[in-house]
Design a protein around this ligand. Structure first.
Ligand SMILES: Cc1cc2nc3c(=O)[nH]c(=O)nc-3n(C[C@H](O)[C@H](O)[C@H](O)COP(=O)(O)OP(=O)(O)OC[C@H]3O[C@@H](n4cnc5c(N)ncnc54)[C@H](O)[C@@H]3O)c2cc1C
Length: 462
């Protein structure tokens, strides 16, 4: 049996090809020291650190490297975080635009190049159906290619498992095309006519802009997500916040506590065309029609909460508070940064956003639900995991010895689910794995540290 270490950059993993998966072996090894589930940035980064510790492992990916970027992002998607924050270990962003924002294909290429940089021991096309304790001190993974017993397991399956749909979706007439933001691709893939986007987290705000830029008639149901300015006083706000140490703040020290931090919607802003604010008031001046939060569906008639003003004000206030923090930092550090006038609202709604919308009269033929994602841990049978709850862990180390989780929003810091912070978490978890692996009796009664070759092909499982 040979381990699949598919050469990176081959057509089988081409970013734009959509990619046939490598065949992989018919059966997986019956035992591995460490199984990493997920071939996204978290799984690959874990593999990189495990190699540093010479811990033998496998990465099992149900689809292909960077699959969530390829399959769950729209065509014009680009990073919201600046490229310099892409700091995977040994593979920091090295392109020409550190202050720019990679587009979808570039992000996939970046991850593929990372995977190729250390020949990750990866099996693509392997879905792990369940993970359970094996009755001893290890865990057992079930897959269509056989059971795999692992001394330790890292769940690196991201935090955005299944689309969250509003129950209101089921009440809409079948004449309206409905899709979730994760399956939205581009304006021309929607039926002609007006589009309603529901939700103003990062996806909703950017998709509404994508549609509006394409000349579509767009309505947006505005929620309570905050926003952040792109640039302030001569720099990207992300750069200021990095200097201030915001991205190093452990979740336990978050002023609102871990529970709130982990549930908070992301601040909306964009990296599109070099980066700019998403100011919904400015978009309204250009024709975007804004509503309050969607509340009720009766046939073809939608009603909204009267919270539009409040939601716009809240988003602006958050952006201004972040500027206050930056101002204080600049002053305290004696930094010479050009002053900048503060934001003045450029538009006010006529009403409170609660006016009813008759879909047929307004010509709305499609709705994009940008309502976020749910967790699904139903396939992990272990204490500390509930079906759609947040797993119980301390900096990624779970209750069950040898079980770990990575890549969740605010797992440890703001950047845990982002390129910015995943390496710090993976390094920590890999150290714990290596420690446990070095204790001979601790894991399946045997020493687990063997020598995976650094050249690429593993010497085992063959
Ligand atoms: C709209 C949007 C915008 C974003 N913008 C940014 C940004 O600007 N900057 C940034 O740094 N981050 C951004 N993120 C966050 C980032 O995309 C994700 O958090 C990131 O993909 C997390 O990486 P991951 O490796 O943890 O998870 P994923 O990339 O989701 O990888 C998990 C992998 O696990 C695989 N998998 C899942 N279940 C199984 C199983 N049972 N068996 C085998 N394989 C399995 C999946 O196929 C997938 O490939 C954004 C996210 C969204 C939704």
């Amino acid at each position: 049996m040979s381990l699949l270490t598919r050469p990176r950059g081959s057509s089988a993993c081409g970013a734009s090809s959509g990619a046939a998966l490598g065949p992989g072996p018919a059966r997986l090894p019956a035992h591995v020291d460490v199984a990493v589930i997920g071939g996204g940035q978290a799984g690959l980064t874990t593999s990189w650190y495990l190699r540093q510790h010479d811990v033998e492992h496998l990465v099992l990916e149900r689809d292909r490297v960077a699959s969530s970027w390829l399959r769950q992002r729209w065509d014009s998607f680009c990073l919201v975080t600046p490229n310099w924050q892409c700091r995977l270990p040994g593979h920091g962003y090295a392109g020409a635009e550190p202050d720019g924002f990679m587009v979808k294909e570039e992000i996939i290429d970046y991850l593929e190049a990372f995977a190729g940089s250390f020949a990750v021991p990866l099996y693509e096309g392997v879905m792990v159906d369940t993970v359970a304790q094996d009755g001893g001190s290890g865990l057992v993974l079930s897959t269509a290619r056989g059971e795999v017993h692992a001394d330790q397991v890292v769940l690196a399956v991201g935090g955005y498992h299944s689309p969250r749909w509003s129950p209101l979706a089921a009440q809409l007439p079948p004449t309206v095309t409905q899709l979730h933001s994760s399956t939205y691709r581009n304006p021309s893939s929607l039926p002609d006519g007006a589009v309603l986007v529901v939700g103003t987290g990062q996806s909703g705000a950017q998709i509404a802009e994508d549609l509006q830029v394409a000349g579509r008639d767009v309505r947006l149901s505005v929620g309570s997500a905050p926003r952040v300015a792109r640039f302030y006083r001569g720099r990207d706000c992300v750069a200021w916040l990095e200097d201030i140490g915001h991205y190093d703040l452990p979740v336990d020290e978050h002023p609102e506590g871990p529970e709130v931090a982990r549930r908070e919607p992301n601040h909306y802003v964009t990296g599109r065309d070099g980066g700019h604010d998403i100011d919904l008031r400015a978009h309204a001046l250009d024709g975007l029609k804004l509503h309050g939060r969607l509340q009720q569906v009766r046939g073809e008639t939608l009603s909204f909460s009267g919270d539009l003003r409040e939601n716009l004000d809240h988003a602006d206030a958050t952006a201004e508070r972040i500027k206050d923090t930056i101002d204080q930092w600049i002053e305290a550090q004696g930094i010479d940064a050009p002053p900048e006038p503060r934001y003045e609202p450029v538009w006010e709604p006529d009403g409170d956003g609660s006016a009813e919308l008759d879909l047929a009269a307004a010509g709305v033929r499609s709705i994009v639900w940008a309502t976020g994602f749910r967790s699904d841990w139903s396939w992990v049978e272990a204490p500390g995991f509930t079906r759609d709850g947040y797993p119980c862990h301390a900096r990624g180390v779970c209750e069950v010895p040898g079980l770990y989780v990575l890549g969740l929003p605010w797992l440890y810091t703001w950047g845990s689910a982002r390129f910015a912070g995943v390496a710090r978490d993976a390094e920590h978890v890999a150290e714990r794995i290596a420690e446990l692996a070095r204790i001979p009796e601790a894991v399946s009664g045997k020493s687990s540290t063997r020598h995976a070759t650094r050249s690429g092909a593993s010497t085992w499982g063959q």
